[in-house]
Design a protein around this ligand. Structure first.
Ligand code: DAH
Length: 340
């Protein structure tokens, strides 16, 4: 039986050496080591040998099994790596090609600038108030001391829904809504960023644009407070060495009123193209809240005073980032939007 086993082992090893592929190897494994395999069959005959011969035969069976198993797995490994090499030879991957990039979104420059503005005023202790874009004539005009037929209404050509309702032309109505909400409490200290609408459309005007309104009411609020606040804003937004200048102006809801210029950050005030040679750039309208406006919303002008201001976010963004056409901000051209 030992002789027979030797022969079977030799036969198996030869078959393994001659196997053409992994499939044939598997067949060989079944044929010799499987349940009905030839080596297995020899081990099953163990019972028929004499007890003295048994240990020798057992050892021989184990040795044969081990040898065939080892031969099979090393041949299998050969086939696997040959297969891999063939697959790799066939694949033509050009690792120098650029990868497929996943387009990544970014925030709109107006959102970025709006947040910068909010952060500056939040740093000065202001909170944020909001109001509706579809507004009553009362809040948009009347309560701001712009009664019907007031000629200054013409400065803001409006989109009306009815006699009483329109798209707000500025963020100033939020002043009125805030005063109503605060019901006479002091101090009132808010900014209100948001969308406004006017019948304007050219390179520097859009029918839809954004403003940030500011309102501070307290005891003894003076023009000096307004001036100091806006100087701080100008420096944080446009650079530490900015100066501001206040020019007398007119708004129905402030008295006195001022238009505010900042010293040109492109030329430092010498005069250049950006500031049209003047050294100054206009950025906002402001003033001391008109006593009538305070009184109409329940604040006693004898007991308190306040200042207000309003500025365009597009204008600030255009100045800060050198954008020459406002329409670019709304065209949604990805190339433009990604350039910041
Ligand atoms: N609402 C004005 C506008 O849109 C801007 C403005 C001017 C707002 C003076 C104010 C202010 O609060 O005091 O043209």
């Amino acid at each position: 039986m030992l002789e027979e086993l030797k022969q079977i082992e030799a036969e198996a090893l030869a078959a393994v050496a001659n196997a053409a592929d992994a499939e044939q190897l598997t067949e060989i494994k079944v044929a010799y080591l499987g349940k009905k395999g030839k080596i297995t069959a020899v081990s099953r005959q163990m019972g028929q040998v004499s007890p003295e011969e048994r240990p020798a035969l057992g050892a021989a069976v184990n040795q044969a099994k081990g040898a065939v198993e080892t031969a099979i797995s090393s041949r299998m490994a050969e086939f696997r790596s040959a297969q891999m090499a063939a697959a790799l030879a066939e694949e033509t991957i050009d690792i120098s090609l650029p990868g497929t990039s996943l387009p990544r979104g970014s925030r709109h420059i107006l959102s970025v600038v709006q947040e910068q503005m909010e952060d500056i005023f939040i740093g000065l202790g202001y909170s944020i108030a909001e109001g509706p874009q579809v507004e009553y004539d009362y809040y948009n005009f009347e309560a701001l001391n712009l009664p019907p037929e007031h000629p200054a209404r013409d400065m803001q050509d409006s989109f009306y829904f009815s006699e009483k309702m329109l798209l707000r032309t500025h963020t100033s109505p939020v002043q009125v809504r805030t005063m109503e909400r605060m019901a006479g409490q002091l101090p009132v200290k808010v900014i209100s960023p948001g969308v406004v609408y006017r019948r304007d459309d050219d390179a520097t005007h859009s029918p839809m644009f954004h403003q940030v309104e500011g309102l501070l009411i307290d005891k003894h609020v003076t023009f000096a407070d307004l001036s100091g606040t806006l100087l701080e804003f100008a420096r944080q937004m446009f650079g530490e060495d900015r100066e501001i200048r206040l020019r007398p102006s007119y708004f129905p809801f402030t008295e006195p009123s001022a238009e505010v210029d900042i010293s040109c950050f492109a030329c430092g005030g010498k005069g250049c193209r950006l500031c049209k040679g003047s050294g100054w750039i206009e950025i906002l309208g402001s003033g001391e809240v008109h006593p009538k406006v305070l009184a109409m919303s329940g604040y006693d002008p004898e007991q308190c005073s306040g200042f207000a201001f309003g500025m365009g976010i597009e204008r600030v963004a255009m100045l800060k980032y050198g954008i020459t056409d406002m329409r670019l901000l709304f065209d949604n051209d990805i190339r433009f939007l990604h350039s910041f």
